[in-house]
Design a protein around this ligand. Structure first.
Ligand SMILES: Cc1cc2nc3c(=O)[nH]c(=O)nc-3n(C[C@H](O)[C@H](O)[C@H](O)COP(=O)(O)OP(=O)(O)OC[C@H]3O[C@@H](n4cnc5c(N)ncnc54)[C@H](O)[C@@H]3O)c2cc1C
Ligand code: SF4
Length: 328
């Protein structure tokens, strides 16, 4: 039996100091990922620092210029917030399409960003080869069951997919992650918050020991207001994405595209922004033919594996369909 200590943190300072001084401790949000990983033997913290009673970190504030969501806000509360639904619909839809209502009622925004891959070899320690779980051991997925794995941003050391939905919408709309740690506060653009596997797939985020996410900030924009999140998966609910797309457009008075945002989920090692698709949309009339033509540029440089070549075409069609379903 593995003994676990539990500390309910009353202040952020206590949480940060305890985490800094004890590298075997881990912060606890809603527990919907961490407790799962502890049960299957992938995570083995000796002490859990419960963040959920910290004051002031569950607020949702929509101002003129941005949406500011505290790290302890629950997925369901952010999803159902009227201003989020109206001004950042892709964010609300991405949250609604994730997990189940019960999980969303528990799960926090900070914990959501920190969720780990669903690669079956990673989550089952009876498989010895997994560079992410056990650096240097190899990657069982390379020649194994890789239907759900990534075709973009992978390395020879890891081909795991980033599984989350919310982060795809956040990447499309240039969100910032607010962090507090032993050395004070800092802010990281969301695109830099997720690291590619490279030679070190075990390093997924730039957080150092003791650093916590305190909030996520999403700028307001016309493209965020006219946005969508489309998720394609094996079953219609309670399933991770085979491919997804967060899209947003600003349309000028003459009907051309003034701003375009496109990011993909379910197909890459991290939430995947598509600048080539966005550039192809800019300045041209917003019509279905353009959406299909631009989306065909998505997933360029994809590196499919034995069982997941379907993801390349699926990603393109998902992006095109998401654009076509925007209110124009
Ligand atoms: C059956 C199932 C289906 C799911 N389906 C989906 C899905 O379709 N789409 C999707 O997006 N997600 C899905 N999820 C994942 C779910 O969204 C996450 O489990 C949840 O968002 C994690 O939030 P939490 O607060 O419970 O995190 P926890 O489990 O408490 O923590 C997760 C990780 O984050 C760390 N952490 C927590 N808070 C902070 C903080 N403030 N700063 C730094 N580190 C922190 C913890 O130490 C831990 O490592 C699913 C989960 C389950 C169990
Ligand atoms: S894809 Fe990554 S997480 Fe999965 S077995 Fe390979 S190294 Fe591990």
């Amino acid at each position: 039996m593995h003994a676990i200590d539990y500390l309910r943190a009353d202040t952020l300072e206590t949480a940060i100091e305890t985490l800094r001084d004890d590298p075997s401790s881990a912060p606890l949000g809603g527990g919907t990922t961490l407790i799962d990983l502890m049960k299957c033997g992938v995570a083995q913290p000796s002490r859990l620092i419960d963040l959920t009673h910290l004051p002031g970190l569950n607020t949702i504030v929509a101002s003129e210029s941005a949406l500011l969501v505290g790290a302890l806000a629950r997925m369901s509360d952010v999803q159902a917030h009227p201003e989020v639904q109206q001004r950042w619909p892709a964010v609300s839809e991405a949250l609604l399409r994730g997990a189940s209502q019960q999980l969303r009622n528990m799960a926090t925004i900070g914990g959501n960003l920190m969720q780990r891959t669903r690669c079956g070899y990673f989550r089952d320690p009876t498989f010895s080869e997994c560079n992410k779980r056990s650096p240097g051991s190899g990657c069982a997925a390379l020649n194994g069951e890789n239907r759900g794995h990534a075709v973009l941003g992978t390395s020879d050391h890891c081909i795991a997919t980033y599984p989350g939905d919310l982060a795809v919408a956040l990447v499309a709309f240039d969100a910032m992650v607010h962090i507090l740690g032993p050395d004070g506060p800092r802010t990281v653009p969301i695109d830099d918050f997720f690291l590619l596997p490279g030679d070190t797939p075990e390093q997924e985020h730039p957080l150092s020991q003791g650093e916590l996410i305190t909030a996520v900030e999403v700028p307001a924009s016309p493209a965020a207001r006219r946005s969508r999140y489309l998720k394609v998966r094996d079953r219609v609910s309670y399933e991770f994405a085979a491919a997804s797309a967060a899209v947003g457009l600003e349309i000028a008075d003459d009907g051309t595209v003034a701003d375009a945002r496109v990011a993909l989920g379910g197909v890459a090692a991290k939430p995947w922004r598509e600048p080539a698709v966005e550039a192809a949309l800019l300045g041209r009339p917003a019509v279905p033919e353009l959406f299909r033509e631009a989306a065909a540029l998505a997933a360029s440089g994809a590196r499919p594996w034995q069982h997941n070549a379907y993801k390349v075409e699926l990603a393109r069609r998902t992006a095109a369909r998401a654009l076509m379903t925007l209110p124009l």
